[in-house]
Ligand binder design. Structure first.
Ligand code: NDP
Length: 291
């Protein structure tokens, strides 16, 4: 069997096109969605992510403004900025780029973001609502929401399916598990202390890999025909290419594609969905604010 590829680039582009139209319609009513990014310190990966987010905002017509704070900024200064942005009517979404330097209290800063502007979905109340039956988060975290969107837009059902999630991090594994549960999958969450992973993953109709271990999931970990969503982004040395490395997922793409029914590539699978969902959340926030 050769798996069908789930093309995250194409799906993200479709979302961008839809958002471009929605933003134009909002602007015609005098409403411009706005996103504020808060970047602390000089982590180069974080700088790149924030730049990408701002660039994509511009492409769909969302106003964005960047706030850069030095690595030694105080807790009070970050929280004061968040409060100022909470009160700013031009801003519908606030994104504090993680990770923050160790001296800052991440939970307190995320808690300071107004729930209505929590477009990254990491406010403890939004995460709590995500975990509770009968409650709805105002926003779901972007990468996990992107995983669900990939399944939905590919027409792959979730309800009643056996889903296995590899990884339990706050930003991917745990929230994606909660979203799958909300959609009535039967969910198993695995982590570094789980035993006999292949026996567990082979039960999965939907397997989500978010461990940060290059090509860990092999063909014999996968049930024939399963949907495999690879969230991992890992650098492996490759002297044959100019930059000296290439990006691979947590799934051994070459072997797993012979067994899975559906598979996301890396790059070009889940990756492009993260920013698409951030933009979507920002437009949703703007629509709610002008109701
Ligand atoms: P973390 O390092 O925060 O979490 C990794 C999780 O995997 C942990 O729960 C850990 O278990 C578990 N784990 C690690 N090693 C093993 C193992 N050998 N067996 C079983 N479980 C294991 O990573 P993130 O969740 O932040 O990211 C996961 C991957 O997704 C990374 O490659 C990252 O780059 C990528 N990513 C991609 C995004 C995108 O936009 N596509 C966005 C965010 C992340 P334990 O809890 O026991 O330590």
């Amino acid at each position: 069997m050769t798996a069908q590829l789930i093309d995250g680039n194409a799906i993200a582009k479709a979302i961008h096109d839809e958002l471009t139209q929605e933003v134009a319609a909002l602007k015609a009513r005098g409403v411009t969605p706005g996103l504020a990014t808060v970047l602390v310190g000089d982590n180069t990966a974080s700088q790149t992510y924030v730049r990408m987010k701002q660039k994509r905002c511009g492409e769909v017509g969302i106003y964005s403004e960047g706030h850069e704070l030095p690595a030694n900024v105080t807790q009070e200064e970050v929280e004061a900025l968040v409060r100022k942005l909470n009160a700013d009517p031009a801003i519908n979404g606030i994104l504090v780029q993680l990770p923050l330097p160790d001296h800052l209290d991440e939970e307190a800063i995320l808690s300071a973001i107004s729930l209505e502007k929590d477009v990254d979905g990491f406010h403890p109340i939004n995460i709590g609502r995500l975990a509770m039956k009968g409650r709805e988060a105002l926003f779901a975290p972007c990468t996990p929401a992107g995983v669900i969107e990939l399944l939905d837009r590919t027409g792959l059902p979730i309800a009643g399916k056996e889903a296995v999630v590899l990884g339990r991090s706050n930003i991917v594994g745990l929230p994606v598990s909660m979203l799958l549960l909300k959609r009535d999958a039967t969910v198993t969450i695995c982590h570094s202390r789980s035993r006999d992973l292949p026996a567990i993953t082979r039960r999965a109709d939907i397997l989500v890999a978010a461990v940060g271990r290059a090509e860990m999931v092999k063909a014999d970990w996968v049930k024939p025909g399963a949907v495999v969503i690879d969230v991992g982004i890992n650098r492996v040395d490759d002297p044959s290419v100019k930059r000296g490395y290439r990006l691979v997922g947590d799934v051994d793409f070459e072997s797993v594609k012979e067994v899975a029914g559906w598979l996301t590539p890396v790059p070009g699978g889940v990756g492009p969905m993260t920013i698409a969902m951030l933009l979507k959340n920002t437009v949703t926030a703007a629509k709610r604010a002008c109701k």
